[in-house]
Every structure is written in structure tokens, then in C-alpha cells.
Design a protein around this ligand. Structure first.
Ligand SMILES: Cc1ncc(COP(=O)(O)O)c(C=O)c1O
Length: 410
């Protein structure tokens, strides 16, 4: 049994100003953390402090402010590399988020390494962001998408994956954690199986970095995409870890300033990594905000975060099971604090709307995973996704509200 430190949770909640607001006159209960997490004051302050005191464009400026901004920007790259245990800061590329990171690899890698008749393996539970870029790359090159199916518990069917891997496979792209079912995929095993056939692996880590520590060298993945706004940082910034050996061989994704070494009208040569993949003025302020989010998470510590989220997941699962006619989708034991469910006889949209009017923010719909919904033969679910700042009392409120919704429809 995990010991929950109520005082610590209360003090952590105070770090997040938005958590003390109300909606529809009721205290906000925020259970939409898989869509985006709330931001601690330290992140908000870091961004505003940057614009108030330090704003300047980065790289190659000789003046004081530009050098200071460049130093702060590059420090976050180092911090991010250390946070996910990358071998070098040059393997961290800043992008607008996980979606842009996936597009970058799907374009740049596939441009050089995907040919007609090749195959890319993804899974049935991917977010649209980890489907469409690979699908379009395959259409462009005359290659094919292969799909790892999902078991009744919501796990990837690894036996089918082994059968799908073959000499035509040019990439395996799977998520670390399913944003819909919460399943934590066995990514190290997937990497090891793919590497045994010399196939690189791309991990969509959009949901990975908020729930636990990540060591990209231990996982041995070739690429890992992340989004700051899902890890208590700002929107509009994220990144890509890529092994230098791949990044150096890949085409630049966007073209313009910063990513060049030498430009003449006859020929342009490209900058070294990571700059080869960072065309144009970067989002410096939000990179600084990402740095503050990493500091915040490190100070809080993964032990607290994982213990608190495990407690919430267990508590919420047990309570939801007491509601007659409620079905949880995704029942694997390897699961993050994301719960999708349906209430018998009540459309998820109707239930979600009423729950929202009680001040509880949960998400309804397909969660950008339409192929998964099709495979489950449903149109959508209700999803409660919990973060370390949520409480058991908030879960009790959700359960009470679900009961009220059920009473309304009886
Ligand atoms: C698993 C997964 N992949 C990719 C994304 C896209 O991330 P972003 O919108 O931050 O680019 C999300 C966002 O919900 C996600 O949950």
C-alpha cells in the first residue's frame, strides 16, 4: 500500500494557480491531463521573465542579450538531453511538439530510406499524429503501412508484431503510452525485436514523459518525440531525440536561416545537427519554459509522481468498477493514470456535457484514435486522465457525478 502524503499534494496544488479557479461556480476538477497538463507558476514566471528581461534572438548575435538568450536556450537543450539520458545535446532537436517531430522523421527519414514496396509498422492504438505522417510518406513512396493489433486488454499483440517484421520493414513507429487506453507499451522489447532485424524504431513519447522517467539509451530507440505541454511545460514547443547516426544521414525537414552552413546561388550546404533541423527563429521563450518544467519535475521527483499517479489510478479504477453498467476500456496491469470508459445506455457526449457542468473537465470522443475506436466498434469514450496534483476527493466527486448522470437517464 502506498503512503499518500496529503500535505505534500496540497502544497503541490498550490504551485498550479489554475487549480484554484472554479467553472460554472464549482471548484475545477481537472481530469484532462492527457490532452494538456496545467503549468506550475515557475513555468509561467520563466516565460514572462524572459520577455520582461531577456528577450533577444539567439545564435550569432554579438550583443549581450543575444548571447544571454543563446546560453539559456542551449542550456535547456543540455537539460533535456540529461532528462531523457540522451548521449549528447546535439541529438535533441526543438520542434513545435510531438506532431511536428513525427512529421520531421516521417518526411526526412522516409525521403532517404523508404522505397517502393517497403513497409512501416505502426499499431492500432496510435494517435492520428503517429499514423497520418507515415501513411502519407508511404503513399508518396509506394510503400505500405502494417498494423500491430491490440488485445482485449488493450496491449499490443507482440506475437503478431514478430510476424510482421521482415526484410521489407523500414521503420517501426509506436507510442510509449496510449493516450486513449493508458497502456504502457513494452518499447524496449519492441526495439530489441526490431533491431534484431536492423529496423529502426520511432517512439511517440507524447504521453511518456509526464508519467515516469525515460532513458532513451537504455530503451535504445532511434527516435523519441515529446511535447512540453504534456509535461507541465508550455504549448507550442517540444522536441525530437534522434540518434546522431540517423540524424546526420537524414535530409533537412525545413529550409531557411539557421539550418545552413554556407549559402551561394549555386549551392547551399547545411549546418551540423541539431541546427540542420531547426530552420528559422526558434521559440526561445517556450524553450525556457520547458527548462523550468524539467526543473519542476526533477525537484518534485519521479518517486512522488509515480506513487501518487499509481494511487489515483488504482483508487479511480476500483471506484469506477462499483458503478453498475460502467465499462473500462483498457484493463492491462501496465497502465498509466489514463482511464477510458463507457456508461451503458448513455452517449459519452451527453454524459461528458453534464459532468463538465459539474465543474469536472474530462474528455469525450475518439481522442484522435479513430482506427482504435473502429477496432473496438465504438465512436468514442469518456476519458479521465489524472496527474500528480489530482486527489482522491476529486475522484469521489467524479463518481458521485456519474451516479447523478445515471439517475437522470433512468
Ligand atoms: C500519443 C500522442 N501522440 C501525439 C500527440 C500529439 O501531440 P501534440 O499535439 O503535442 O503535437 C498526442 C496529443 O494528444 C498524443 O497523446
Amino acid at each position: 500500500m502506498i503512503e499518500i502524503d496529503e500535505a505534500k499534494i496540497l502544497s503541490v496544488r498550490n504551485d498550479f494557480p489554475i487549480l484554484s479557479r472554479s467553472v460554472y461556480g464549482k471548484p475545477l476538477v481537472y481530469f484532462d491531463n492527457a490532452a494538456t497538463t496545467q503549468k506550475p507558476r515557475s513555468v509561467i514566471d520563466a516565460i514572462s521573465n524572459y520577455y520582461l528581461n531577456d528577450n533577444a534572438n539567439v545564435h550569432r548575435g554579438v550583443h549581450y542579450l543575444s548571447q544571454q538568450a543563446t546560453g539559456a536556450f542551449e542550456n535547456v537543450r543540455k537539460k533535456m538531453a540529461a532528462f531523457i539520458h540522451a548521449g549528447s545535446a546535439s541529438e535533441i532537436i526543438f520542434t513545435r511538439g510531438a506532431t511536428e517531430s513525427i512529421n520531421l522523421v516521417a518526411w526526412s527519414y522516409c525521403e532517404s530510406f523508404l522505397n517502393a514496396g517497403d513497409e512501416i509498422i505502426i499499431s492500432m492504438l496510435e494517435h492520428h499524429s503517429n499514423i497520418v505522417p507515415w501513411q502519407v510518406a508511404c503513399e508518396r513512396k509506394g510503400a505500405f503501412i502494417k498494423m500491430i493489433p491490440v488485445t482485449a486488454e488493450g496491449e499490443l499483440d507482440i506475437e503478431v508484431f514478430k510476424d510482421l517484421l521482415n526484410e521489407r520493414t523500414k521503420m517501426v513507429a509506436v507510442s510509449h503510452i496510449s493516450n486513449t487506453l493508458g497502456t504502457i507499451n513494452p518499447i524496449a522489447e519492441i526495439v530489441s525485436l526490431a533491431h534484431s532485424k536492423n529496423v529502426p524504431v520511432f517512439i511517440d513519447g507524447a504521453q511518456g514523459l509526464s508519467h515516469g522517467p525515460v532513458d532513451v539509451q537504455k530503451i535504445d530507440c532511434d527516435f523519441y518525440a515529446f511535447s512540453a505541454h504534456k509535461m507541465y511545460g508550455p504549448m507550442g514547443i517540444g522536441g525530437l531525440y534522434g540518434k546522431a547516426s540517423w540524424l546526420e544521414k537524414m535530409q533537412p525537414y525545413q529550409l531557411g536561416g539557421e539550418m545552413i552552413e554556407k549559402v551561394t546561388f549555386e549551392k547551399t550546404t547545411y549546418n551540423e545537427i541539431p541546427y540542420k533541423f531547426e530552420a528559422g527563429t526558434p521559440n526561445v521563450a517556450d524553450v525556457i519554459g520547458l527548462g523550468a518544467a524539467i526543473d519542476y519535475l526533477e525537484e518534485l521527483g519521479w518517486d512522488f509522481i509515480t506513487a501518487q499517479e499509481k494511487d489515483l489510478l488504482t483508487y479511480a479504477t476500483d471506484k469506477l468498477h462499483t458503478v453498475v453498467g460502467l465499462k473500462i476500456l483498457g484493463t492491462t496491469a501496465r497502465k498509466a493514470s489514463i482511464i477510458s470508459f463507457l456508461i451503458e445506455g448513455i452517449h459519452f457526449f451527453d454524459a461528458g456535457t453534464i459532468i463538465d457542468h459539474m465543474g469536472i473537465a474530462i474528455r469525450t470522443g475518439s481522442h484522435c484514435t479513430q482506427p482504435l475506436m473502429d477496432s473496438l466498434k465504438i465512436n468514442g469514450t469518456l476519458r479521465a486522465s489524472m496527474a500528480f496534483y489530482n486527489t482522491r476527493q476529486e475522484i469521489d466527486k467524479l463518481i458521485e457525478t456519474i451516479q447523478r448522470v445515471k439517475n437522470l437517464f433512468e
